[in-house]
Design a protein around this ligand. Structure first.
Ligand code: ZN
Ligand code: ZN
Length: 356
């Protein structure tokens, strides 16, 4: 047998042995990693500043890279969550932003895709936080009370089971679920500060998602850094005003020419209901070019697209989605996906992108 043949046999045998021991290898890796995972503090390890992570960059339409809308913001060491679509809690965990650390949740509006991850988020926060000190505050315009009450009711049996199983000392029944923190929907031109604590200021402002009312966006200010999250909206002068000179604009976007293709295909297939819905959604979202024009006019530091419609599932669809954006906007931009992270360190003008 030649030397290379011997080597081949040795490598093959090594592979077989390793494969047969894979269970033991996995347990060894767990033994090594678990103590580190249990004591990790990924939020505490972040430098002082504003940090934003897309825990959901998509819409109700399934996209493997984009879950339902969810934005995690770390400011002053606290975690805030804006909207919680499907997959929100799981993505936050995977992205080093454990729901147990959530200080509060802010809803932009009550469309299902923005709230359908709320139950899991509240449960994981209740079960994960050592001392949750009351239910998770759920901020939003009028109507948020019924959202909080509905989720609390839906989870009432589960809450009872967990208290019975783990004991009230571990699972404080008084800290389960949500407590609603409604605010009056801001008038146009009259944004409302809805959080002002420890240097973190969160301002709500009105957006235009008609016929959906109320609908708001949020601006975060901390340590001289700033970002705006639009929620669902058409192009809006209010967003431009709120975004003047901000470091980061996180703008929703729907590509009308791509959705129109889907609508036409549905029409041709005689899928009347689907065609109607696809045609209807064209009128209450901003196009990528609309968002780019707003970013250009406001002079933002970076434009991040989220709430991406339609799903970008073919190579090249990202290019088609962004058609015309370069002509409207001369700054830096990112087409968001789950895990896209933007860090705005305090005492700096840096805008650091990662996770793409
Ligand atoms: Zn909506
Ligand atoms: Zn939406």
């Amino acid at each position: 047998m030649k030397r290379w043949q011997v080597l081949l046999v040795v490598v093959a045998l090594g592979g077989v042995v390793l494969y047969s021991l894979r269970g033991a290898v996995a347990v060894g890796v767990m033994r090594f990693a678990l103590p580190r995972m249990m004591t990790a503090d990924p939020i505490g390890d972040l430098p002082d500043g504003l940090h934003l992570t897309l825990c959901g960059a998509g819409s109700p339409l399934p996209d493997p890279k984009r879950s339902g809308p969810c934005v995690g913001v770390v400011a002053g060491g606290d975690l805030f969550v804006v909207d919680a679509g499907s997959g929100a809690a799981r993505n936050l965990n995977a992205q080093g932003l454990p729901p147990a650390r959530a200080e509060a949740v802010f809803l932009t509006h009550f469309h299902s895709d923005h709230i359908d991850g709320l139950g899991e988020l509240a449960l994981q926060r209740w079960a994960g936080a050592a001392d949750p000190k009351g239910p998770l505050p759920l901020f939003g315009p009028e109507g948020v009370e019924s959202v909080a009450a509905g989720f609390n009711e839906a989870y009432r049996n589960d809450q009872r089971y967990r208290v019975a199983h783990h004991g009230a000392a571990m699972m404080d029944p008084e800290a389960a679920g949500f407590v609603a923190r409604p605010f009056i929907t801001p008038e146009l031109g009259r944004p409302t500060v809805v959080w002002d604590r420890d240097g973190v200021k969160i301002t709500s402002f009105r957006v235009d998602h008609a016929p959906i009312e109320p609908a708001v966006g949020y601006r975060f200010d901390y340590a001289g850094r700033s970002l705006v999250i639009t929620g669902d909206t058409i192009q809006s002068p209010e967003i431009q005003r709120m975004s003047e000179g901000v470091d980061l604009l996180v703008h929703e976007a729907l590509a009308p020419h791509l959705v129109a293709l889907m609508a036409q295909a549905a029409t041709d297939a005689h899928l009347t209901k689907r065609a109607k819905i696809l045609n209807d959604i064209l009128d209450y979202h901003a196009s990528p070019v609309d968002a780019a024009e707003t970013a250009q006019a406001a002079g933002v530091g970076h434009l991040l697209f989220y709430h991406i419609v339609p799903p970008l599932i073919l190579p090249g669809m990202d290019v088609a989605f962004l058609e015309g954006v370069d002509d409207a906007y001369s700054g830096d931009m990112t087409l968001g996906q789950d895990g896209t992270r933007v860090s705005l360190p305090a005492g700096s003008t840096a805008i650091e992108l990662s996770g793409d």
